[in-house]
Design a protein around this ligand. Structure first.
Ligand code: GLA
Length: 384
C-alpha cells in the first residue's frame, strides 16, 4: 500500500520540487464483456488498485517520465513528441500527451513520477489507470479544464491510436467516473452512465489466475474485426444497423444458418450479453442475487464457448468458486486469455472463499494464485 507523503518525498529527491499527485483506479467488470466496442452495455466498478502520478511543471518544455516499477528515465520535447509509439511503457503517458495536444490543450513541460499497484496484464486495467491519472496530472498544469467523460474518451484514443490496442471506452470511463459502493451500467453508445448500488454486505473477490494476457497482441483486434464483419453482414438487410448493438435477437436467429459459423458465434455472444447486462443491473439493484449468479454464469459460458476468449485457467478458477458458501456469482473479467475472475461473495464468507478457491485452483493447475477481496471505489482523484 503506497504512503502518499513518502511518495511525495521520493519525488522531491528526484526533481527538487513538491508535486501534485493524482490517483486513478483499475477496475473489474461485473458483466457486459466485449460489448463496449459494439456500442453495447457494460457494468464495471473501480477497485482499490490504483496508479499514482506525481507531477511538477518545468520551464524548458520537456516531459520527463519515470516510474517506480519500471526502468528508464524518458525525456521528450513537447514541441516534437514522437509521432508513433516507442514500444516502452512510457507510451501510455506519451499517447495521452499527444492526444491532449491534438485536442488543442496547451501542455506545460513537466516532471512525472508514476507509481502503480494495479497488477499488470491481469485484466484489471492498469493501462487505463496510468492514462487517466497522467491526463489529469498534465491538464492540471495548464488552463484547459475538460469534463471527465471527455478525458476518458481522449485516453481511449491514446490507447487506440498511439499504443495500438483497439480497446473500447469501458476502462477509461470507469476509471474517471466510478462511485464508491456502486457499479456503473454504461451505455457505450450514448455514454449515459447509471449508478447501480452493490449490496453493502458483498465483496468483490478478484482471483488472479497469474496467466498474463496482452491486449495489444492480435486476438483482441481479431475479435473486433469479426464483429465488424457481422455488422457489415446485417447492414445489408437493415441499413440502420451501425453496430452489433442494433442487431435484435430475432434478426440474429433468422440468419443463424447463413453467417459463417465463427462470425455467428461472435454476434450471438454480443447480442445476448447486452441483454444479460441490462438484466444484471436490475437484478443487482433489486438484490436478486440468484438471478445475478445465473447471468454471470451464462456470461462466462458465452465468453468461453461463443466468443472464445477464456482459457483453461480462467475456466478452472470459475469452477473453483461454484458451490462455495456465500458465493453469489462469478465469471472471467476483462479482455480474457488469462487475467482474473470476479466473484460476488458475502462479506462474512470472503476470506474462507479466497482460501478455498486458491487451494482448488492450485490443486488443478499447480499455480499459486493471488486473491484480492475488494470493494467498489471512487474514480480518479486529486490527492494533494
Ligand atoms: C479490455 C478493453 C475494454 C473491453 C474489455 C472486454 O478490458 O480495454 O475496452 O473491450 O477488454 O470487455
Amino acid at each position: 500500500m503506497i504512503q502518499i507523503p513518502e511518495f511525495a518525498t521520493r519525488f522531491e529527491k528526484l526533481f527538487a520540487s513538491r508535486p501534485r499527485i493524482y490517483r486513478a483506479p483499475g477496475r473489474v467488470n461485473l458483466i457486459g464483456e466485449h460489448t463496449d466496442y459494439n456500442d453495447g452495455f457494460v457494468m464495471p466498478a473501480a477497485v482499490g488498485f490504483s496508479t499514482y502520478v506525481a507531477i511538477t511543471a518545468r520551464p524548458d518544455g520537456k516531459l520527463i517520465i519515470r516510474s517506480e516499477e519500471f526502468p528508464g528515465s524518458f525525456q521528450f520535447d513537447l514541441d516534437h513528441l514522437p509521432p508513433k509509439r516507442t514500444g516502452a511503457w512510457c507510451d501510455y503517458v506519451l499517447g495521452v500527451a499527444t492526444v491532449l495536444q491534438q485536442r488543442g490543450c496547451e501542455l506545460a513541460g513537466a516532471n512525472l513520477l508514476i507509481h502503480g499497484d494495479v497488477p499488470i496484464g491481469a485484466g484489471l486495467s492498469s493501462s487505463a489507470a496510468i492514462e487517466v491519472a497522467s491526463a489529469l496530472a498534465m491538464l492540471s498544469l495548464g488552463e484547459t479544464r475538460l469534463p471527465l467523460p471527455e478525458i476518458a474518451q481522449l485516453c481511449r484514443q491514446a490507447e487506440n491510436n498511439f499504443v495500438g490496442a483497439r480497446v473500447g471506452i469501458m476502462d477509461q470511463f470507469v476509471s474517471c467516473m466510478a462511485k464508491a459502493g456502486h457499479a456503473i451500467l454504461l451505455d457505450c453508445r450514448s455514454l449515459d452512465p447509471k449508478s447501480v448500488p452493490i449490496p453493502a454486505d458483498l465483496r468483490l473477490v478478484v482471483c488472479n489466475t497469474m496467466v498474463k494476457h496482452d491486449l495489444a497482441t492480435g486476438a483482441y483486434n481479431t475479435r473486433r474485426a469479426e464483429c465488424e464483419e457481422g455488422v457489415r453482414y446485417f447492414a445489408r438487410y437493415d441499413p440502420t444497423i451501425r453496430a452489433l448493438r442494433d442487431v435484435s435477437p430475432e434478426l440474429l436467429e433468422q440468419h443463424a444458418r447463413d453467417l459463417p459459423a465463427t462470425i455467428w458465434k461472435r454476434c450471438c455472444h454480443v447480442v445476448r450479453e447486452n441483454q444479460r447486462t441490462m438484466d444484471a443491473a436490475r437484478a443487482l439493484a433489486n438484490g436478486d442475487l440468484d438471478r445475478m449468479k445465473e447471468l454471470m454464469r451464462e456470461s462466462h459460458r458465452s465468453l468461453r464457448d461463443l466468443y472464445q476468449v477464456s482459457c483453461r485457467e480462467l475456466d478452472i478458477m470459475v469452477e473453483a468458486a461454484e458451490g462455495q458458501p456465500g458465493f453469489c456469482g462469478g465469471r472471467m473479467t476483462g479482455g480474457g486469455f488469462g487475467g482474473c475472475t470476479v466473484n460476488l461473495v458475502r462479506q462474512e464468507n470472503a476470506s474462507e472463499f479466497a482460501a478455498q478457491v486458491a487451494e482448488r485452483y492450485q490443486r488443478a493447475t499447480g499455480i499459486t494464485s493471488q486473491i484480492y477481496s475488494c470493494s467498489a471505489e471512487d474514480g480518479v482523484q486529486a490527492l494533494s
